[in-house]
Design a protein around this ligand. Structure first.
Ligand SMILES: [Zn+2]
Length: 262
């Protein structure tokens, strides 16, 4: 084990305190031989003039003291990470009448849709497709109408909100949160007009309930490229943009991810 100061020079936890559902981000001055958190390997990639490693914490991650471990040029290094407990709000959200579904049917159709989306966003490719920090999708991102992790009480069902909702006017331009490839651009019965961007190495962003889509499947996008406009297509109770970020198939808090990845 290296003395702490030597470890710190080579490895730094950029998120020493975080919550379940958020993204652990670490920086390395040189490529690590391996890096892991709670025994699971991190996704490691070159970024600017150093290296980054990320891993998504599930919503069931255990609060308390954890350790980030790495091996760098054959030497072990570690950093303390504290996982804090979440305190999510619960709101009543009845099934929109236009869906004509019971809460149970809605939960079942959400599960089917999420399974098919997850099959598209779990691949961890070998290359990273971006070179800049992530950004947020709208010109004005200050009006968050529903945060990540909010629990929606729909009849007897509990549905956790696995993205961030931004309110905006219909037709407001939506930009890609970073460079990547649009791997899906389609109309989904539940999520409406949807775009999925692959940023490489298992990091994906999803833009749902769009009014219009202006990117084609397979197209490369830059950070901020126009991919669509804000709407209320699919199961939406008002005009807003739903943004999800998925890492290795796991949904993470988009706002925390964008601020932590630097
Ligand atoms: Zn949403």
């Amino acid at each position: 084990m290296l003395p702490f100061s030597a470890c710190a020079a080579r490895m730094q936890a950029l998120t020493p305190r975080l919550m379940p559902g958020q993204t652990l981000v670490a920086s390395f001055s040189t490529e690590p031989d391996s890096a892991s958190f709670d025994g699971a390997p991190l996704i490691v990639f070159p970024y600017r003039d150093s290296w980054r490693a990320v891993t998504p914490l599930s919503l069931s991650a255990r609060p308390g003291a954890h350790t980030l471990r790495a091996v760098i040029r054959g030497e072990a290094a570690s950093a303390a990470v504290t996982v804090l407990a979440r305190r999510d709000a619960m709101i009543d959200l009845p099934v929109p009448t236009k869906l004509a579904q019971t809460p149970k049917q809605l939960v079942r159709s959400l599960a089917t849709t999420n399974t098919s989306i997850n099959s598209a966003v779990t691949a961890v490719g070998t290359t990273i497709l971006f070179a800049k920090p992530f950004g947020l999708p709208l010109a004005d991102n200050r009006r968050i109408s529903s945060p990540f992790g909010e629990v929606r009480k729909t009849g007897e069902e509990r549905i956790v909100h696995l993205g961030t909702d931004f309110s905006a006017r219909r037709g407001a331009p939506v930009g890609a949160i970073n460079a990547g490839t649009a791997i899906a651009a389609y109309a989904d019965p539940t999520y409406g007009n949807s775009v999925i961007i692959d940023h490489g190495r298992g990091i994906y962003s999803l833009y749902l309930h769009l009014d219009s889509i202006v990117v084609a499947r397979g197209e490369s996008v830059r950070k901020g490229s126009l991919i669509g406009t804000v709407g209320d297509s699919g199961m939406a109770s008002g005009v807003h943009l739903h943004l999800s970020v998925k890492i290795r198939g796991q949904s993470v808090d988009p706002i925390q991810f964008v601020s932590a990845f630097r």
